[in-house]
Write a protein that binds this ligand. Structure first.
Ligand code: SF4
Length: 291
């Protein structure tokens, strides 16, 4: 079995920045509680490392980000995640006397700024309930939401506004989702333009999957089930007719029923560390040399 590592892999620039921002906050406020509002990045191994460094993660599935903010006391430090957040939450945190640190990825911010500078109606394409989509819609309430899972949007409302909408997407969608949404939207609005879409990191990782050689039988995607960009890599691999395995780390990979593959590709989502990638790669190489 030959193992083919795909590039890029490991943390993306936004995740790297979010992690260093959070660690710096702890360094700057060593005597205060430093809370991560929601998963700073969608990866359980990385969140464990951050907990071990003294940061306190607050999971958005247990309570909403708003409730977590309301629970904090004056002088606490709160770090907003890479996915963005409603601006009103930041104001509320400051009013409560919290110290606010913003780890929003610059690509997420760029998509929001593009929307704010547009004069035509905005159609935002994303995943319902994802932190990035929720933050975008809160900060750009005039935008119409198109859900990639259901293909649903309030088109009637958009038609009433007249003109052609400008489309902006969540940064971590798959190329297939963007293509399908564009096709759907352009049946009603043939001149709708795509202004901002997936970030560079997401696009390159997806391109590496789409360009896989024919003789690659299977793909291992290192990433969390909660990571949208990792899920998309696995979906794309399946759409190319490959077997796809989504694994958090080495233990998951060791449990896979491997052995019959001729060539196996290894890639990672944007919130998987280089250390995890390297550990899995060297394990797979050691296994493949004995196959
Ligand atoms: S996946 Fe893209 S948008 Fe998300 S944190 Fe990484 S670089 Fe930023």
């Amino acid at each position: 079995m030959e193992v083919l590592p795909l590039h890029p892999h490991g943390y993306c620039v936004g995740v790297r920045q979010a992690i260093s921002t959070a660690l710096e906050a702890k360094k700057n406020y060593p005597d205060r509680d430093v809370y991560l509002l929601g998963l700073l990045v969608h990866n359980e191994e990385t969140m464990k490392d951050l907990s071990n460094a003294g940061l306190i993660p607050l999971d958005e599935r247990e309570k909403s980000i708003l409730e977590h903010i309301l629970d904090r006391k004056k002088g606490d430090v709160v770090v907003f995640s890479a996915h963005g957040h409603p601006e009103a939450y930041e104001e509320l945190a400051k009013e409560k006397g919290l110290i606010v640190i913003d780890a929003t990825c610059r690509y997420v911010t760029e998509n929001l700024l593009a929307a704010k500078e547009e004069n035509s109606p905005i159609l935002y394409v994303g995943v319902e309930g994802h932190l990035e989509s929720e933050a975008f819609l809160a900060n750009c309430p005039e935008a119409t939401f198109y859900d990639v899972k259901t293909g649903h949007a309030e088109f009637m409302h958009l038609l009433a506004q007249g003109g052609s909408p400008t489309i902006i997407t969540q940064t971590t969608l798959s190329s297939l989702e963007v293509e399908s949404a564009l096709k759907d939207i352009r049946t009603l609005f043939p001149h709708a333009t795509l202004s901002k879409e997936r970030c560079h990191s997401t696009s390159l990782r997806q391109k590496a999957i789409l360009d896989l050689p024919e003789d690659v039988d299977a793909v291992i995607v290192l990433g969390s089930k909660r990571s949208n960009n990792s899920l998309k890599l696995a979906e794309l691999a399946k759409s190319k007719g490959k077997k796809a395995y989504l694994c958090l780390g080495l233990e998951d990979v060791k449990a896979l029923p491997l052995g019959k593959e001729r060539r196996l590709a290894l890639c990672s989502g944007a919130s998987t560390s280089d250390a995890t990638f390297d550990a899995v790669l060297s394990y797979l190489r050691s296994v493949s040399s004995s196959c």
